[in-house]
Design a protein around this ligand. Structure first.
Ligand code: FAD
Ligand code: A2P
Length: 392
């Protein structure tokens, strides 16, 4: 079924098809994992939607970090999966007197009071050439884990909001000779710019030297970015992200859960709130290997002096038991339960994909402990744009 989407009348014979924009897709697999019908599949290049199977349920929309999924194009006939696999960009929509791309009918699930996010100001065809202002190693020198704080000067034409990501295009080509696809990095500074300097964007980038299974793998983009130093140039696209945004309401509570570089959007949001704090609380549950390998450890410790309810889990401190963020949530179950039922709480998860299931299980267990219906609460949080997950 190809015409399942927005309620805009189409001329006879035309249909509206859900398509994924290959120029924006970063192949993060979120859409395919979210698709309950099996309509979304991929080869080594493109993610595609089978119009025969897609039922228009929109489950694939909220997780897409770039908006590649948000295309509901008027077409003369449904494009086949084989055709979509061959695309490097979307075909032009029919001339139907309609907007080329209809915004997602479901909206992107941002908090109701969030500022309006702009996306796609710079594209692969027209990237921004940004200059690196500084690159600081955040993890101690003796650690095998290198995470860097990289500040880019993007100038005045790249407005962004806390929670959004930028795309970096690594130079060079893949094994098939195609230009590398962009990789996303969460912005770690508030909309007013890193250290209050407008146009400066901080990123928190981990140098990938092994895959998630621990086998050696030199990540293309993270090694490029971590190798850059002040004065270096980098092609930036975006910004991206229209749902993982913070409420613009000082009374809202923020419950933030992160591992590793997942701290980036939380840092941006906390800095935005500093000096503008209202009655709303901010609690952070953050997991890293050791204090010396925890990005922004000293900064966070300073915020914990009266502003932030900070809860740290360390997994590799010699002589100490391994602790993960989900265990910390259990230890603070009263706070977590209160936040889950408070209609003005906003929950953010960012970092390792592996953490996601454990955190959601911890929420379910805490709810059970407090006699609360997690299924209902979780569904309501999502529907109201109050539960945001960005894992990779
Ligand atoms: P590639 O050459 O693309 O190799 C990827 C492979 O490396 C994966 O298949 C996986 O097996 C392995 N791998 C090991 N560790 C990681 C890891 N941490 N992330 C991804 N793959 C890994 N990264 C950051 O460092 N900081 C951020 O703030 C950040 N924000 C992101 C926000 C979003 C919305 C998304 C989707 C991703 C984000 N990432 C972030 C991950 C980033 O986009 C890249 O995927 C990562 O840097 C690896 O890219 P690469 O080119 O170096 O590796
Ligand atoms: P671990 O020491 O077991 O790898 P990284 O430094 O690799 O980016 O990871 C950040 C932190 O997240 C580390 O403390 C790591 O612990 C932890 N971590 C790894 N897997 C999970 C998981 N499934 N749930 C929660 N935390 C995790």
């Amino acid at each position: 079924m190809a015409s399942q989407t927005a309620a805009i009348d189409l001329p006879a014979g035309a249909i509206r098809q859900h398509l994924i924009d290959p120029a924006l897709c970063i192949r993060c697999d979120t859409c395919e994992s979210a698709c309950t019908t099996g309509a979304i599949t991929n080869d080594s290049v493109n993610y595609v939607v089978n119009a025969e199977i897609c039922n228009g349920c929109l489950d694939c929309l909220p997780g897409c970090p770039t908006g590649a999924i948000d295309n509901w194009l008027p077409v003369a006939r449904a494009y086949s999966v084989a055709e979509q696999y061959g695309w490097t960009e979307l075909p032009p929509p029919l001339e139907l007197g309609l907007a080329a791309a209809v915004p997602s009918p479901a909206g992107r699930g941002a908090p109701a009071s969030a500022a309006l996010a702009r996306e796609n100001i710079f594209t692969r065809e027209h990237p921004l050439l940004a200059e690196v202002v500084e690159s600081l190693r955040l993890t101690v020198a003796e650690s095998p884990s290198e995470i860097r704080h990289v500040v880019l000067d993007a100038g005045a034409d790249f407005p962004f909001l806390e929670g959004q990501s930028v795309g970096i295009i690594p130079p060079g080509a893949d094994a098939q000779g195609r230009p590398h696809i962009m990789r996303l990095y969460s912005v770690a500074s508030p909309r007013t710019g890193e250290a209050g300097v407008a146009g400066r964007i901080a990123l928190t980038v981990k140098r990938v030297l092994e895959d998630h299974e621990g086998a050696p793998h030199v990540g293309v983009c993270s090694n490029f970015v971590c190798g850059l130093r002040a004065g270096g140039k980098v092609e930036v696209v975006g910004p991206y992200g229209a749902s993982f945004l913070m409420p613009d309401d000082p009374a809202a509570n923020l419950l933030m859960i992160a591992t590793g570089t997942g701290i980036a959007p939380m840092r941006a949001m906390l800095e935005r709130r500093l000096g503008r704090a209202g009655p709303g609380r901010q609690a952070l549950f953050y997991g890293g290997r050791t204090p010396g390998e925890l990005p922004y450890h000293a900064e966070l410790a300073a915020l914990a002096q009266g502003f932030l309810d900070l809860n740290l889990a360390f997994s590799r401190v010699p002589g100490q038991r391994k602790q993960y963020v989900q265990q910390l949530l259990g230890l603070r179950h009263e706070l977590v339960a209160q936040m889950l039922v408070d209609g003005n709480s906003y929950i953010y998860l960012c970092g390792l994909k592996g953490m996601e299931a454990g955190v959601l299980e911890a929420f379910a267990a805490i709810c059970a402990q407090h006699g609360l219906p997690w299924d209902k609460i979780g569904a309501e949080l999502k529907a109201a744009g109050r539960l945001h997950i960005e894992t990779y």
